[in-house]
Design a protein around this ligand. Structure first.
Ligand SMILES: NC(=O)c1ccc[n+]([C@@H]2O[C@H](COP(=O)([O-])OP(=O)(O)OC[C@H]3O[C@@H](n4cnc5c(N)ncnc54)[C@H](OP(=O)(O)O)[C@@H]3O)[C@@H](O)[C@H]2O)c1
Length: 127
């Protein structure tokens, strides 16, 4: 039996650095499937459709507000259900804030994401 397909999730994946991260993952052919995290599902779906035209049926928009625990829970459950309970790459792009003193800090995701994501590849854009 072959290995499970690789799965990635980029939070805030509908624009800016997050969208570039989604593109890089697709170009590099690292994961089989990329969940494009977005607060506005319609906007995310439109972006995912465009990407699928270039990269095949490998992108799916996922409604996810990292500041909303209910949204996080729902998104984590959906990813778990669709990926068979594993997440290979997590780019927590939307979870990074710049504080007044210039320090970065990252928001924590739902524990389910942590359970699904092996430590071997956990990407954060914070320093
Ligand atoms: N650009 C830089 O030079 C730079 C430097 C240091 C750190 N960063 C950090 O890197 C990250 C991305 O930067 P960027 O320049 O690409 O920013 P951006 O163009 O403003 O894009 C931010 C992305 O995050 C999403 N987002 C914001 N709040 C969210 C939330 N609560 N839940 C889920 N998604 C949320 C936005 O979604 P919507 O479309 O729904 O708003 C958008 O997709 C940010 O966290 C930023 O603080 C950027």
């Amino acid at each position: 039996m072959g290995e499970s397909p690789q799965v990635a999730l980029v939070t805030g994946g509908n624009r800016g650095i997050g969208l570039e991260a989604v593109r890089i993952l697709l170009v590099e052919k690292l994961p089989h499937k990329v969940f494009l995290g977005c607060r506005d599902l319609k906007a995310g779906q439109a972006q995912a459709k465009l990407l699928c035209e270039s990269f095949g049926d490998r992108v799916e928009a996922l409604e996810l507000d990292v500041a909303d625990s209910e949204s996080l829970r729902k998104a984590a459950e959906l990813v778990a259900e669709k990926s068979g309970g594993h997440l290979d790459i997590l780019v927590n792009n939307a979870g990074i804030l710049l504080e007044g003193d210039g320090k970065h800090f990252a928001m924590e995701l739902h524990p389910l994401f942590a359970q699904m994501t092996p430590r071997r590849l956990l990407a954060r854009l914070s320093r």
